[in-house]
Design a protein around this ligand. Structure first.
Ligand SMILES: Cc1ncc(COP(=O)(O)O)c(C=O)c1O
Length: 414
């Protein structure tokens, strides 16, 4: 009898798993449906949701306005006609296509390296390449604010015996101090974002790269938000700082400025070829599909041909947005990228402001913990070349009105 009662009331393993997952979830305060609205179609810089609304999109990352470009769409159709739709096996097991070879070659040319290697996503690229780079006893040093995929890659390397150290955000002196503690025979790998995705600020590349050089460390640079976007030629943070060879490995994604999905690393030929047959997310998974690979290839060609004009429009929009945000007294960061945070503080405030904005035809989302530290919830606005100046003005008008309506007098900068 007693046994029966306790077996009814005791939490099952399933209950425990679900409780633990819930405790780690995005703190959306019951507004989860706002984060996963379903898109039924595209309409220039706007989206059509299944609920019939048609808002201006400020949450996703089509920085160069290439999404739904008819030339990219046509390249996808051609690839399907030639290769069908599926990856049909691993790259190292009979599924490497001419498209994959061309994509890797053109990524290397674009980034200015000898070779490149493509993966199924940017997350997987960071996770698996970082885990490959640092073996037992090697030292892996990671910026405090690096992306989750880097954090998880470091954890994987650590579980395989690497020593992982986290240095203070963008602090080259702290990095140097940690590097001096590494045993002389340990390989050292430093990993940093080029653009930190929650604040939009840039890596201190001169400081970090010089420290790596002095201490014999290899530098892995995540350019997910920077390639094609940052720098006079769109060459990312190395281009911005005029340091073209600052990083040993450059990582990028095919899911932001490039309207496809996937990720890549680019670097020296011998390093890339060594990674090709060792990185588990390359060997033990299906090859990127023909339509996706063709989309990425066509988009990279367009970025290389039309990048200057697209970046000029993006710059114009960004300047206007920053000017208007500051004029309205909204608090932002020292962003150097196309990500413009509007810091609002408490989760509930940021969620309510984003809800009001969505009501007014502006799709923005609140970044809440664990994406950002508690008490710094924010809207993250992503500017694109596809938006007009009117779109930008309307964006700021709507946000400023929503902030005032939520009564967030203390939210504006003093
Ligand atoms: C800095 C950074 N690195 C890597 C990734 C992962 O890229 P992907 O979306 O292609 O998986 C992201 C995506 O959010 C990112 O912001």
């Amino acid at each position: 009898m007693t046994d029966q009662i306790s077996s009814v009331s005791a939490p099952t393993t399933m209950d425990k798993v679900i409780d633990r997952l819930r405790a780690r979830s995005l703190q959306t305060g019951g507004a989860r449906q706002m984060y996963e609205k379903t898109i039924a179609g595209l309409d220039g810089p706007r989206v059509r949701f299944t609920d019939g609304t048609n808002p201006l999109m400020l949450a996703t990352y089509d920085y160069l306005g290439l999404l739904d470009d008819e030339r990219i769409n046509q390249a996808v159709k051609d690839a399907v006609d030639t290769f069908g739709t599926g990856g049909h096996g691993s790259r190292v097991w009979g599924a490497t296509l001419t498209l994959h070879r061309r994509l890797e070659q053109e990524i290397a040319e674009w980034v200015g390296t000898e070779a490149a290697l493509v993966f199924a996503s940017g997350f997987v690229t960071n996770f698996s390449v970082i885990a490959s780079l640092a073996g037992p006893g090697d030292w892996l040093l990671s910026d405090q604010r690096n992306h989750a995929s880097i954090v998880d890659g470091c954890a994987a390397a650590k579980s395989a015996g690497a020593v992982v150290k986290v240095y203070r955000h963008n602090d080259a002196a702290h990095l140097e101090e940690l590097l001096t503690q590494a045993p002389p025979d340990a390989a050292r790998v430093v990993v940093t974002d080029g653009v930190f995705s929650m604040d939009g600020n840039l890596v201190d590349l001169p400081g970090i790269a010089e420290t790596c050089r002095r201490r014999g460390a290899l530098l892995f640079l995540d350019e997910a938000h920077s390639l094609g976007v940052i720098g006079p030629h769109g060459g990312g943070t190395p281009d911005h700082y005029g340091l073209p060879n600052a990083a040993d490995l450059v990582m990028g994604t095919l899911s932001k400025s490039i309207p496809a999905s996937g990720g890549f690393v680019a670097g020296r030929h011998d390093l890339i070829e060594a990674l090709r047959f060792t990185t588990r997310a390359y060997v033990y998974t299906g090859a990127p599909s023909p339509p996706n690979t063709a989309a990425a290839l066509a988009a990279i060609r367009l970025v290389r041909q039309e990048g200057d004009q697209r970046r000029a429009r993006l710059r114009r929009n960004l300047d206007r947005l920053l000017h208007r945000v500051r004029q309205e007294g909204l608090r932002t960061t020292d962003t150097g990228s196309a990500i413009v945070p509007v810091i609002l503080g408490e989760n509930a405030v940021a969620i309510e402001v984003s809800r009001l904005c969505q009501e007014q035809g502006l799709f923005v989302l609140a970044a809440v913990p664990p994406l950002v530290p508690a008490g710094t919830a924010r809207l993250r606005l992503n500017v694109t070349a596809a938006q007009s100046l009117d779109d930008i003005d309307r964006t700021v008008d709507i946000i400023a009105a929503a902030v005032r309506r939520v009564g967030a007098g203390s939210l504006v900068a003093t």
